[in-house]
Design a protein around this ligand. Structure first.
Ligand code: ATP
Ligand code: MG
Length: 234
């Protein structure tokens, strides 16, 4: 199925260090991800997954080659312009939930809207809506310490979607969770992809977690070694 490209890598290289210590984290990656896709990124440790995710999320830029995001040559943008792009279009979820301690779930979720200068009434309303979308109604006044790991990750997901991003970047979102909680988080991401049309790019080490995605891209030594799509059921 042809979709609008959202993410496009054209011969992307990412090189760290100099001389003897030089490491090619990405070695000429070509890849296109369409709007609305749910993609899993797999591959051994050090194969370049997080490096690719940092470029996808406009946190970092290629050493050479081109990265287009939303049809914009994002790899050529300066730091400030990339920050604008991220704030408008990208939500991030990580393995560690990165929530502020001693701060309620609702306040954690409101944070990205504070950075945007949204009025407090609207902030609260949208935070409550996002908490409802992740199944955390009634927990808005709990601090992270008063929530389970799975619930903390739901708060982190609510914080990532409260700005209504186009793209969700998730680097090992279930890495700290047990099997049952991991599957619950994947059910949630599947629902957000289907119902909001949210494009999701997720790193995982586990095949049964990747199986929730429509497509799995395998990295090896900074290159794409495989790219497989699930058969679509009519
Ligand atoms: N900031 C950095 N400075 C120097 N080398 C780096 C940097 N970030 C990553 N690398 C190197 O680039 C390569 C790819 O790293 P990357 O973090 O993308 O791997 P990964 O696939 O995410 O691995 P993991 O599964 O362990 O998270 C590795 O060899 C790593 O050591
Ligand atoms: Mg990584």
């Amino acid at each position: 199925m042809a979709r609008d490209p959202l993410i496009s890598f054209d011969k992307v290289w990412k090189t760290y260090g100099q001389g003897e210590a030089q490491v090619h984290a990405l070695s000429g990656v070509d890849m296109t991800i369409g709007r609305g896709e749910f993609v899993a990124i797999m591959g051994p440790s050090g194969s370049g997954k997080s490096t690719a995710m940092n470029i996808i999320g406009c946190l970092d830029t290629p050493t050479s080659g081109r990265y287009d995001f939303l049809g914009i040559d994002a790899g050529r943008l300066d730091r400030n312009r990339r920050a604008v792009l991220r704030n408008l279009y990208v939500g991030f979820v990580f393995q560690g939930y990165n929530l502020l301690p001693r701060t309620t779930a609702a306040e954690n979720v409101e944070l990205p809207l504070i950075y945007r200068g949204a009025p407090s009434g609207e902030r609260h309303e949208r935070a409550m809506e996002a908490l409802e979308q992740v199944g955390l109604m009634g927990r808005q006044n709990h601090t992270p310490a008063e929530l389970s790991g799975g619930q903390q990750q739901r708060v982190a997901i609510a914080r990532a979607i409260v700005t209504r991003p186009t793209l969700l970047v998730a680097d090992e979102p279930t890495g700290n969770l047990d099997t049952a909680r991991s599957h619950e988080i994947m059910e949630l991401l599947t629902t957000l992809n289907a119902e909001l049309g949210l494009t999701i790019v997720m790193v995982t080490h586990e095949a049964d977690i990747a199986a929730y995605a429509q497509r799995t891209i395998g990295f090896l030594d900074g290159r794409i070694a495989s790219d497989t799509r699930k058969l679509e059921v009519a």
